[in-house]
Design a protein around this ligand. Structure first.
Ligand code: ADP
Ligand code: 5GP
Length: 187
């Protein structure tokens, strides 16, 4: 069966850190590269980090029904999963990893059912989330406040995921995720 694994979390929970570790430990996993209407940040590359589209190009793809799902994650900025991306990865026999916002995660799970494992990465607290975002030093204070403001609502989606992993002790969280993923792939 072609499988997919969905990761969602409030920004700063440690999802990227955990998924990076997971990919070093488990073979046959490949990231779905999303399309976005935002501009590249820093060293981000088209086709590797995102498919960077203009707002017009993004809307044209929506009209063509080219997306499995898409969301306006931040006001004025859209992100979506292209159908072509699923075909590209499954054709290689790999399991697809998704890093999508909570609504996208719930949506993908509802589309793919048992073909999908959905994992919510939970921060120990909103205060710790703020510390991590400040510590990561990739976002302006304004962007950090925007992300924190969103976190409250996002936490309310946790019980709609197959698994909730609290990322307090990183090693423990990585181990829980690894076990869940290996069990799911072996099913
Ligand atoms: P996300 O992808 O969910 O936005 P990141 O993986 O970028 O989050 O992590 C946010 C910041 O928190 C990073 O600086 C990361 O090194 C740090 N971090 C991740 N997990 C932990 C943890 N368990 N304890 C402390 N800091 C962590
Ligand atoms: P970034 O920091 O890259 O601008 O923000 C990414 C946000 O958009 C994260 O919450 C990420 O999970 C979400 N995201 C990225 N790609 C997709 C996608 O294809 N679909 C949805 N629904 N959300 C996405």
């Amino acid at each position: 069966m072609e499988k997919l694994i969905i990761f969602s979390a409030p920004s700063g929970s440690g999802k990227t850190t955990i998924v990076k570790r997971l990919m070093e430990m488990v073979e046959g996993l490949e990231f779905s590269v999303s399309a976005t209407s935002r501009l590249p940040r820093g060293v981000e590359q088209h086709g590797r980090d995102y498919y960077f589209l203009s707002a017009e190009e993004f809307d044209a793809k929506v009209a063509e029904n080219a997306f499995v799902e898409w969301e306006e994650v931040y006001v004025g900025t859209k992100y979506g999963t292209l159908r072509s991306e699923l075909e590209r990865i499954w054709a290689k026999g790999n399991t697809i990893l998704f890093d999508v916002d909570v609504k996208g995660g719930v949506r993908l799970k509802s589309i793919f059912g048992d073909q999908a494992l959905s994992i919510f990465v939970m921060p120990p607290s909103v205060e710790e989330l703020r510390n991590r975002l400040v510590g990561r030093a990739t976002d302006s204070p304004e962007k950090i406040e925007q992300r924190i403001a969103k976190a409250g609502e996002e936490l309310g989606y946790a019980d709609r995921f197959d698994r909730v992993v609290v990322n307090d002790d990183l090693e423990l969280a990585v181990e829980q995720v690894r076990r869940a993923v290996e069990e799911f792939i072996a099913e």
